[in-house]
Each structure stands twice: as structure tokens, then as C-alpha cells.
Design a protein around this ligand. Structure first.
Ligand SMILES: *Cc1c(COP(=O)(O)O)cnc(C)c1O
Length: 365
């Protein structure tokens, strides 16, 4: 019998009955969008779970990021990483700003903080680092540099829902932090995203930006877009939040099996959990450097067996055709080497230990 295909991610769903129960009252209220009761309930519950003071939620994480940049009034250049999903860099460029690419660290692929200061110019207004794969950036060093040079910090935290560093929930660093609630993430609302921050002054601006720049029904003080989270999406979020601890525990089991099977193999580089970080096991990136098969060969071997890993992140965002000739592009040799040798293996809550073994057997054959 053909074994069923294994994709790199598989969205978790609450029990069908639970979701149906959650949306039942919408047939009565007909309050389907515009920050209804479900939006507000989810906002309260997420603030508690994420351990943050303020939250504002949107149709998706990318629009949240674009609007974060706009709400903070950033200008000129933003120091960021090319080792990320398209969204991070596109959010900067779509705001009319120039991304300045900082290289990453060899071991956890987050921004190399020792290289930030040499990229700062009199046009720099912010740093936009990414907590990739569930790995936390050097938040303390970034805070120090930002204070010293009077820069804002916006974290792309799409991969670190529920993560804590030194017992501090990860959304408490920087001026603003974006979480994506996309269907493929550890926690999701189908599509959705949230900005968390401590300064309540951003709430009004973000709410206006999300609602066509409107304040009430007759006043339009700023230029805005439509980026509202619907009550249907908030309902999915309420359901999924009830199962988040189980979600992370199941991912942990699969990730630990991968670590057991692939750890210590020559030419295979893994990310190990850090003692001071409570992780969420969002992704399982493997760097093949000096292994008997290169990254593309491993990807092909798996694909032949109906297992679909992903070259995530490849290419670097600084290599996108869209940007060539538009602004200077910094060379980032470590990010380039990792992008050329990384493969993100399947990881999701329903992935069984037997399936992890099947994947590892193919890689180790
Ligand atoms: C998923 C993701 C985003 C965008 O989030 P959406 O909710 O899909 O718009 C941004 N940055 C990173 C690193 C992501 O993985």
C-alpha cells in the first residue's frame, strides 16, 4: 500500500463540534466582523497567554507588520535580516523604506548583533529582527544597541508564539512584536495576526489604520487600509487557544525524536533547545554541511518517498528579483551559506514518532 504523503506542515484543528458550538451565536447576533465580542474575548485571552499588556489584531500577520511600521512612523532605513519569509522585507519596502541586511549567527540563524552597529547610518530609524524557527534573538543586546542609537525595535515573532526567554514572554521585548496566526503556525486563527506592545498610545492609530483610516463613521483623519480580523477567525482562535499546550507538547515529542535520531551525525547541524528558553517547536530546520548528501539531494530522496520538506528559507529575501537595482544590497555570507544548505523537515502536532523515524531512516540511509 502507498504510504500517505507527509507535508512539511499540517494545520491543527479543534474538534469539529467545538468550533460549531463556538460560532453558533453568530447566527443570532449577525455580528460577523468589526471587533465584536469574539475579537474582544480573544484579545483578553491572548494578552493573558502571551503575558503582554496590549494587543491589536488583524486579518493576517503581514498586514500587522506593515501597519506596525506605519503606526510607529519609521523613516529611511530599517536594519533587518534577509534570512526570513518574504513578509518581513516586503513590509519594510511597501512602507517606502529601505531594508539594510544584517547577517545572521551560525548556530540559531537569528540576527548577528555584533554586526548591527556598523550598518547604522543617520537614516536608520529601526531594527527589525526575526525570531526564526522558534529561536529567540539576542534581545538584550538588541535593546542595548537600540537605546544607545535611539532606534525603534519591531520583532517579527511569527515563529515564536508562546515562547519565553529567562521566564519572560517573548512579546515583551522591543517596541512592538508581531505574531502571525496563519494556518501553518503553531497557533492559528486560519488567517490572522496580532501586534503586542506595552505603550497603549498605539491602540487608536492601529485601529484607524485597520479600518480605512476612519475614526467613527464621519471622520477620516489618516490614510488607512482594511485589515480587520473577523468574528469567524476569532472563533477559531478561541478554540485553538484551548488546545495550545497540548499542541506544543505533541510537537515537542516529534522534535525530540528528530534530535535523538539526527543529533551527533557528522555533517548534520541542528538547533538544540536552550536552557533559558521555553520553546514552541515551531520548525525543525536541518543544515546539511559536509554530509554524504547535500540539501537538494536529501530533499529529492524524501520527495521520492512522498515526503515534502521545504527549503525554508531559500532564497534570501535580499535575492528577490523585485529588489534588484532598487537599493544597495549588503552581502550576508553566513545567511547565504545557511539558505543554500537548510532543509526544514515536516513538523506538526499529528506527526507520529513512527513517521519521524521513517523520515530519519531515509536521510540516514
Ligand atoms: C508567516 C510569517 C509571516 C506572515 O504572516 P501571515 O500571517 O502569513 O501574513 C511573517 N514573517 C514570518 C517569518 C512568517 O513566517
Amino acid at each position: 500500500m502507498e504510504k500517505k504523503p507527509i507535508m512539511v506542515v499540517r494545520s491543527s484543528m479543534p474538534p469539529y463540534e467545538e468550533f460549531i458550538e463556538e460560532i453558533k451565536d453568530l447566527w443570532e447576533s449577525r455580528h460577523l466582523t468589526h471587533q465584536g465580542p469574539k475579537y474582544h474575548l480573544l484579545a483578553e485571552k491572548l494578552k493573558e497567554y502571551l503575558g503582554v499588556k496590549e494587543i491589536s489584531m488583524f486579518a493576517n500577520g503581514h498586514l500587522a507588520l506593515e501597519l506596525a511600521i506605519e503606526a510607529m512612523g519609521l523613516t529611511g532605513e530599517v536594519i533587518t535580516t534577509p534570512y526570513t519569509f518574504a513578509s518581513t522585507t516586503q513590509a519594510i519596502v511597501r512602507n517606502g523604506l529601505t531594508p539594510v541586511f544584517c547577517d545572521i549567527r551560525e548556530d540559531d540563524y537569528t540576527m548577528d548583533v555584533s554586526k548591527i552597529e556598523s550598518l547604522i547610518t543617520d537614516k536608520t530609524s529601526a531594527i527589525m529582527p526575526v525570531h526564526v524557527y522558534g529561536n529567540v534573538c539576542d534581545v538584550y543586546a538588541i535593546e542595548k544597541i537600540a537605546k544607545k542609537h535611539n532606534l525603534k525595535v519591531i520583532y517579527d515573532a511569527a515563529h515564536v508564539f508562546g515562547v519565553e526567554v529567562d521566564g519572560i514572554p517573548v512579546g515583551n521585548f522591543g517596541d512592538m512584536t508581531m505574531f502571525s496566526f496563519h494556518a501553518t503556525k503553531v497557533y492559528h486563527t486560519v488567517e490572522g495576526g496580532g501586534l503586542v506592545f506595552s505603550d497603549p498610545k498605539y491602540q487608536t492609530k492601529l485601529a484607524q489604520l485597520r479600518q480605512f483610516g476612519m475614526q467613527g463613521q464621519e471622520s477620516v483623519p489618516i490614510v488607512g487600509t482594511n485589515a480587520k480580523m473577523t468574528e469567524m477567525h476569532a472563533a477559531m482562535g478561541l478554540c485553538n487557544l484551548r488546545h495550545i499546550d497540548e499542541e506544543i507538547a505533541k510537537r515537542k515529542k516529534a522534535a525530540e525524536r528528530y534530535l535523538q535520531r539526527l543529533g551527533g551525525v557528522k555533517g548534520i547541524q541542528l538547533c538544540y533547545p536552550k536552557d533559558n528558553v521555553k520553546g514552541n517547536y515551531a520548525y525543525f530546520p536541518v543544515v546539511f554541511d559536509g554530509y554524504k548528501y547535500n540539501r537538494d539531494e536529501v530533499s529529492d530522496l524524501l520527495a521520492k518517498e512522498n515526503i515534502f520538506a521545504r527549503k525554508y528559507f531559500y532564497p534570501l529575501t535580499s535575492d528577490f528579483e523585485a529588489y534588484q537595482g532598487k537599493f544597495p544590497i549588503q552581502e550576508t555570507p553566513i545567511a547565504r551559506r545557511i539558505a543554500n544548505s537548510v532543509l526544514t523537515l515536516p513538523l506538526y502536532a499529528d506527526l507520529t514518532v513512527e513517521e519521524v523515524d521513517r523520515i530519519c531512516d531515509i536521510i540516514l540511509q
